[in-house]
Design a protein around this ligand. Sequence first.
Ligand SMILES: NC(=O)c1ccc[n+]([C@@H]2O[C@H](COP(=O)([O-])OP(=O)(O)OC[C@H]3O[C@@H](n4cnc5c(N)ncnc54)[C@H](OP(=O)(O)O)[C@@H]3O)[C@@H](O)[C@H]2O)c1
Length: 257
Amino acid sequence: MKLQNKTILITGASSGIGCELARQLAHESNRLILIARRDDLLRQLASTIPAHPHDHITFQCDVSDADQVKDICDWLISAGIDIDALILNAGVNSGFNIRAIDLATFQQQMQVNFFGAVSFVAHLVPQMIDRQSGIIAVTGSLAGYRGVPGAAAYSSSKGALMNFIDSIRIDLQKNNIQCTLISPGFVKTPMTDKNDFIMPFMIPVEKAATIIIRGLERRKTEIRFPWRMSTAARLGRRLPDALYARIMQNGRKKRCE
Ligand SMILES: NC(=O)c1ccc[n+]([C@@H]2O[C@H](COP(=O)([O-])OP(=O)(O)OC[C@H]3O[C@@H](n4cnc5c(N)ncnc54)[C@H](OP(=O)(O)O)[C@@H]3O)[C@@H](O)[C@H]2O)c1
């Protein structure tokens, strides 16, 4: 199914992958609901992409705040706006230090990366079930396949998201609702610009967005890329625990050398 003339809600649309998805989807006459905290960036985006006859809509929202998410969803429902696709992409990687675990930061990552997606689904899935159609896509990460050193919070939040989408796909099987996990490896965005280690097989954001849109149109249950990184991640999942830990530890040592 071509993503054309649809109404598509994207969280994390102010930069990186979400922003590029919006740009590409706007060229196919889709109406976009753009969500993030930095409203100035959303407005700028909405004014530079191809216009829609019913106008794109921007919402300033912290997705970790359940009340803010509810207000947006209530507004959309009361305005009679049916969402064809939810792309729940907002995310943060705020780091993790095993010697000084910062619980507040850990919880906030779970709140944004996991509950920030779950709360949109909670409010908007009944509408999709009533219409017996829709797409729910969540942006996980290849870092969610298995624990990644130095990233326990991020990795856990993405692992939770993987199981969430896997579960609801079964719940929604009879409702014609596509549930897709997006599993990127390294993509060049402001998030990865902060990293000071080597990021193998990193791809440009334009390419990542094109792969995601193509995968959604093909009704894939999972869109993982780039292929070399995703093959490594899938193999890593099958390794015995001790061997996996040794390989990851060696990789970390090399990164620190
Ligand atoms: N880049 C990669 O290599 C990579 C790899 C695997 C997975 N991912 C995932 O891809 C998604 C997009 O990341 P990106 O690489 O495009 O990073 P990015 O450029 O930093 O974009 C992150 C987006 O999430 C939004 N966001 C963060 N916290 C939010 C909050 N509390 N409420 C609402 N929006 C929030 C940001 O908007 P505001 O700051 O304006 O709120 C921004 O639009 C994330 O889920 C990330 O985990 C990225």
